[in-house]
Structure formats: structure tokens, C-alpha cells
Design a protein around this ligand. Structure first.
Ligand code: HEM
Length: 429
């Protein structure tokens, strides 16, 4: 892998060769040789002073994306040879403040309601605030217990790290080492060997010099509620799923997608309009994403059973083929659950890997429909799904249960004056 110091040495070497060649051709003897030596010394001194000022900057913890960062390694990486990321030692993820009044028992999951009156297929990415990279709440214990149980039961079907993602996986853990105890100090304690979990007593060892045989993605999975994926760029600029802990994904399995490129991950799952509306934008986005510009996106699904880790109604997790076509139609609203993911994407500075986090929010439709304005908006949103979206999201298997129910709840709310015209300006989408 290239490094910036390799680049500087290479530059000096080429200059010496160039000057040697010029002096030989011009035949100007010792004057030119002396001039050349001076020039080389001058350039070396300049590079050293640049390196020193970069080093000085790297000692400061940045709290936002600094202009120095944008102009240096980021610029070099813009024109990198694909698959050869130049480690960015200048970029430091901003250290978050402690989450205000965060309480493992009391802090509720955030109410993402990522549906609009009209459904549209698009990337739907927004800038992410660094402080909110990983969201933990009073469901942490439930998620953690599911994860621990499932890892016991299914082991490496659920997590894994290819050799080419190993460095990135440890870099992710180093990022957690900084982020988690600062953001959630009542749950994590930073140690010289890694992190201690103050609730479960788990001791996570992963810092250099303290690493164990444990897969780094398995260690990472036990800290957060999210599923995690590592995408690595190859020499054509294609991104591959090379590491992951996909433990509570509901509808897809790591073992089916491991080592796949981004496009095949999506086409193999028949993601609607992927080729027409998503592929080009996504591939460009992955190549261009810089370390200082993390993003998030949200989605939603309806599930016809209440199993967070794996939606059993689409078939057993252990069967080769699963899908909506095997599901029994739901007949009551009580059978229906709202499943919504908050996904984040960020590039790690040292390895250049892209980290994809997937946090699931899961609640009964009957609970969701009590929220003001929600039943009408969700109903309208789903009614504008195209045929391919309907098929992908299993519409036929629950439409007869959900449509009359949401219509009834919407009418009830509208009779109380909660109409489209009275929607408040700020709604927690
Ligand atoms: C800008 C980034 C991305 C965009 C815009 C995107 C978009 C989508 C969309 C639109 C879907 C259909 C479900 C939904 O509405 O969310 C989907 C499904 C999926 N995406 Fe992505 N995605 C992105 C990144 C990734 C990454 C990095 C992975 C790597 C693991 C991934 C894995 C999947 C999987 C496994 C599915 C389900 C496919 C199936 O049903 O088999 N996505 N994605």
C-alpha cells in the first residue's frame, strides 16, 4: 500500500534522476552538480517542514472538518489509484460529548418514521452529525442478548472478516474505543487493552499488543445495537463486502452476500429499480466519499411476525431459498410490525474502508398507528408503491390486514382534527 512518505521519497528520487540526466545532457559539469545538490537539499528541507507541520496538526483533535484536512491527503486520495488508499493521519474523528441524560433503562429508541405521502426510490442520503454515529438506547440489552445467543448458535455464519478487511476491522474497533466511552460513559470504559462493558462485565481486548484470536467483527458486534459491514475497494474502484457482523438483519444473510460487489449485493436481492435509479449514483458515491463526510439513510418494511433477528414468516433462516412467496398472508393488524433501518456510511481514514452500519428499529403497527398523522401518511406512502416495490416488500401478504386498519385509524384521527393541513412544521422523520 502507498503511503505519503513513500510518495515524498519517490519524488526526491525522481528529481535526483531528472537533475542527473539534465546535467549529463548539458555537460555543464560541477556547477550543475553543485546546483542540483542544493536543489535536492532545498526540496528535502521543504518536505520535512511540511511533514512537521502536518505532524503538529495531527496532534490536535479536530472538532470539525478542517480546511487543512481538505487540502492535503484528501486531495491526494481524490486522484488515488483505485484500491490504493493513502492513509490519512491528519483526519481524526471528532470526539463526541456524552449523550445528554442517556440512561440504559430510560432512553427511548428514536422515532424514525421514514415514510412520506409519496414513495420514491432514490439514495435518500443525508449528512450525518458525528455525535450521532452510533445510537444506543433502552433496547441495548435486548439487542445484545439476541446477538450473544445467535452468535453462540450460528457462529461464523453471522460474522466474519476477510484478510483484506482485517486492518479495517481493527480500525473500526479503534474508532469505537474513542467514540463509545465518550458518548455512553455509563456503559463503556476505555482501557489500555480495549473497552470494558460496565453492564455486562464483558472485557473487550483489541488494542494493538492485546489482540486475541477473536474475530474483530464479532467483538464490534457485541458493543452496539447495529449490524456492521466493511466495504473494500478493489483496483477497478468496485466495493466488496469483505467484513461484517450481520446478526439482526431480518431479511438477508451475511453468508449469501459475503465477498459480493455492491451491485450484486443489490441485484441478487432484486432491489427495485436498482439499475435504473441507484447503481450509478451509489458507485460514484462510494468512490468519492471522503473521511469527513459521513451520511445516513433510513428505510422501512412491514414484517408479518415479531422476530427481530430473522423474519420467520419468509421461511427458515436455514433454508437455501427464502422469500415473501413462502409467507402466509397476515389477517390481523396485530400480526404486523414496522421495521425501519437507520444506516450510516463513513470512510475510515487509515485503511480507506467504508463502514456501513445498520440499526433496526422495530415496533408493532398497532403502536405506530397511535402516533399523530402516521396512519394516513403510511397508508398514502404504501399506496404509491410501484408493482416492483410491492413485490419486493411483500405487499400481497399483508395488504388486506393493513389497509383497512390504517384507514380506520386515519379516519379516527382526522375526526379529531389531525388532518394533512394541520401537520406541524417539524415532524420527527
Ligand atoms: C449509498 C448506499 C446504499 C444505498 C443507497 C442502498 C440502497 C438500498 C435499497 C434502496 C435497498 C432496498 C431496501 C431499502 O429500501 O432500503 C437496499 C437493500 C439492501 N442493501 Fe443497500 N444500499 C446502500 C448500501 C449498501 C451497502 C454498503 C450494503 C452492504 C452490505 C448494502 C446491502 C443491502 C442489502 C443486503 C439489501 C437487501 C437486499 C435483499 O433484499 O437481498 N447496501 N439497499
Amino acid at each position: 500500500m502507498n503511503t505519503s512518505s513513500d510518495n515524498s521519497t519517490g519524488l526526491i528520487r525522481s528529481l535526483i534522476e531528472y537533475i542527473d540526466e539534465q546535467s549529463f545532457l548539458a555537460g555543464h559539469g560541477s556547477k550543475i552538480v553543485f546546483g542540483s545538490i542544493l536543489a535536492v537539499f532545498g526540496i528535502t528541507a521543504y518536505i520535512q517542514s511540511e511533514k512537521y507541520s502536518k505532524y503538529k496538526k495531527s496532534k490536535r483533535i479536530s472538532t470539525s472538518s478542517s480546511s487543512a484536512y481538505k487540502e492535503s491527503t484528501a486531495k491526494l486520495n481524490k486522484s488515488r489509484k483505485y484500491g490504493h488508499w493513502i492513509p490519512d493521519y491528519e483526519f481524526h474523528t471528532p470526539v463526541p460529548p456524552a449523550y445528554k441524560d442517556w440512561d440504559l433503562k430510560k432512553t427511548k429508541p428514536l422515532p424514525y418514521r421514514a415514510f412520506r405521502h409519496k414513495y420514491a426510490v432514490n439514495m435518500g442520503i443525508r449528512n450525518m452529525e458525528w455525535d450521532n454515529w452510533i445510537e444506543l438506547d433502552n433496547e441495548w440489552e435486548k439487542f445484545h442478548n439476541h446477538k450473544v445467543e445467535r452468535i453462540e448458535e450460528k457462529g461464523t455464519e453471522l460474522y466474519g472478516t476477510a484478510p483484506e478487511a482485517m486492518e479495517a476491522a481493527y480500525e473500526l474497533l479503534d474508532e469505537f474505543w474513542q467514540y463509545l466511552p465518550n458518548r455512553y460513559p455509563s456503559l463503556f470504559k476505555q482501557t489500555e487493552y480495549g473497552l470494558d462493558n460496565l453492564l455486562t462485565g464483558e472485557v473487550h481486548k483489541f488494542k494493538l499488543g492485546f489482540r486475541t484470536e477473536d474475530d474483530p467483527m464479532k467483538i464490534a458486534a457485541k458493543m452496539v445495537q447495529d449490524d456492521l459491514a466493511i466495504m473494500i475497494e478493489d483496483e477497478e474502484g468496485t466495493y466488496y463486502l469483505k467484513g461484517g457482523a450481520i446478526i439482526l438483519a431480518g431479511f438477508w444473510r451475511l453468508k449469501d452476500k459475503f465477498n459480493m460487489p455492491l451491485s450484486m449485493i443489490h441485484t441478487s436481492g432484486d432491489v427495485p429499480k436498482y439499475k435504473e435509479k441507484l447503481k450509478t449514483g451509489m458507485e460514484k458515491f462510494f468512490i468519492r466519499q471522503t473521511c469527513d463526510k459521513p451520511v445516513v439513510r433510513n428505510n422501512y418494511f412491514i414484517q408479518t411476525d415479531d422476530n427481530l433477528p430473522w423474519s420467520t414468516s419468509i421461511g427458515s433462516e436455514d433454508k437455501p431459498d427464502v422469500g415473501w412467496y413462502t409467507a402466509q398472508p397476515a389477517t390481523t393488524a396485530e400480526q404486523l410490525f414496522f421495521r425501519s433501518e437507520r444506516q450510516s456510511l463513513r470512510r475510515l481514514p487509515k485503511t480507506g474502508a467504508i463502514i456501513f452500519t445498520i440499526r433496526t428499529y422495530f415496533l408493532p403497527i398497532t403502536q405506530l398507528a397511535e402516533e399523530p398523522y402516521v396512519p394516513r401518511r403510511l397508508l398514502n406512502g404504501m399506496s404509491t408503491w410501484d408493482d416492483d416495490v410491492q413485490e419486493y416488500k411483500g405487499w400481497d401478504k399483508y395488504k388486506d390486514a393493513i389497509v383497512p386498519y390504517l384507514e380506520m385509524k386515519a379516519l379516527e384521527q382526522e375526526a379529531r382534527g389531525l388532518t394533512a393541513e394541520s401537520v406541524p412544521d417539524k415532524y420527527p422523520y
